[in-house]
Ligand binder design. Structure first.
Ligand code: KG4
Ligand code: ZN
Length: 338
């Protein structure tokens, strides 16, 4: 079945890190959201950029094809091609960018270069129940931690951000210290459910306005583990659940504390979270309690839209398309920045 040309149909590609993803959106609605997760990085304990690029090269055509088949959309009815232009791993971004450019050129349809971080926030425009503007979004991913004041789908202002590690990076680095597989965040979340969050206390970083700092938490966990290991070789394995629960609780409480400050300072009570760490069950739970206490309207994305996906790229691209914000074929991917 072909859709009428009056519909806006976006084919979107995400390839910024270790997920090759493609999605199809029609008039704001997601018809397909396909993803190929690269398992190869697990054995190295982190993403190896060169291997990520090669896997994207291998996966991109099957994943795009899967999205087209699942949505029952033919290439000839696509209105525009959206792709992640940055930030991310350059080699990985280049695979998606070259593929998107070729499609845009061959089909003679506009190209939409999407910012990956804005797209994480745009995941909130997918469901029927969307946040009202303005809203504050705590964007917590593997590479970024930001508090963003969102005034419209295309007007976003960073009002606070980490000065060193990202929250996801803190989860992953601490998980590595605990001997857990990459990516450590989901594993810490899982084990923490069996542990006591008050077993161990780690110092919370000093206030930095609306900014965050996570490197101190990581270092204090490192020193604590070194000390305990000298006393008991099996300290980590004997206390893994309590360690995960305590570390997670420290990170979550700190994230919420600064977010609450941002809400007070800006007089905004529409609060959203986005990015991979927004899948964290303790963060979601504690935010729900906080929302009742603070009278917030809270928006938490569905799990499938928290971690990297192409539905969010399609949605961000859709709003750019409506505003006529297209990208030239001479565009290049960027590794950093909003
Ligand atoms: O947004 P994302 O998928 O990729 C980036 O754009 O970075 O975020 C990945 C990050 C990783 O650090 C991963 O450990 C973390 O999100 N993450 C979690 C959970 N699920 C993913 N961290 C804590 N708890 C989780 N359940
Ligand atoms: Zn991401």
């Amino acid at each position: 079945m072909e859709y009428k040309s009056t519909s806006v149909i976006i084919l979107a590609i995400e390839s910024s890190c270790d997920e090759t993803a493609a999605a199809v959106l029609k008039d704001g609605k997601i018809l397909a959201n396909c993803i190929a997760t690269q398992e190869i990085h697990k054995k190295y304990g982190g993403v190896i950029p060169e291997l990520a690029s090669r896997d994207h090269q291998k996966n991109i055509l099957p994943v795009v094809n899967e999205a087209l088949v699942e949505s029952d959309i033919s290439l000839s009815s696509v209105s525009a091609i959206a792709f992640t232009q940055g930030p991310g791993l350059l080699g990985a971004l280049m695979v998606g960018s070259a593929f998107a450019k070729s499609l845009s050129w061959a089909l003679n349809v506009p190209l939409l270069g999407v910012n990956h971080l804005e797209a994480h926030i745009a995941a909130h425009f997918i469901p029927k129940h969307k946040p009202e503007f303005p809203f504050l979004c705590l964007l917590v991913s593997g590479g970024h931690t930001q508090i963003v004041l969102v005034r419209s789908p295309l007007q976003m202002e960073i009002i606070g951000q980490t000065i060193d590690d990202a929250a996801g990076e803190a989860f992953d680095k601490i998980a590595k210290l605990l001997g857990l597989e990459y990516p450590g965040g989901p594993m810490v979340d899982k084990l923490a459910k069996l542990g006591n969050p008050l077993s161990f206390t780690f110092p919370e970083p000093k206030p930095l306005g609306l900014n965050y700092s996570f490197s101190g938490i990581k270092t204090s966990v490192l020193y604590f583990l070194q000390k305990q290991n000298q006393l008991n070789n099996n300290f980590i394995s004997e206390n893994i659940n309590d360690l995960c629960a305590s570390v997670q609780n420290t990170i979550v409480q700190y994230l919420i504390k600064v977010l609450t400050k941002a809400s007070h300072e800006n007089g905004v009570k529409n609060i959203a979270i986005a990015g991979g760490v927004s899948a964290n069950s303790e963060l979601r739970k504690q935010l729900q309690t906080k929302a009742i206490e603070q009278n917030w309207q809270l928006f938490i994305p569905a799990f499938e839209y928290c971690t990297d996906n192409a539905a969010m790229i399609a949605t961000a691209g859709y709003y750019q398309f409506l505003e006529g914000k297209t990208t030239g074929l001479e565009s290049v991917p960027y590794a950093r920045g909003l």
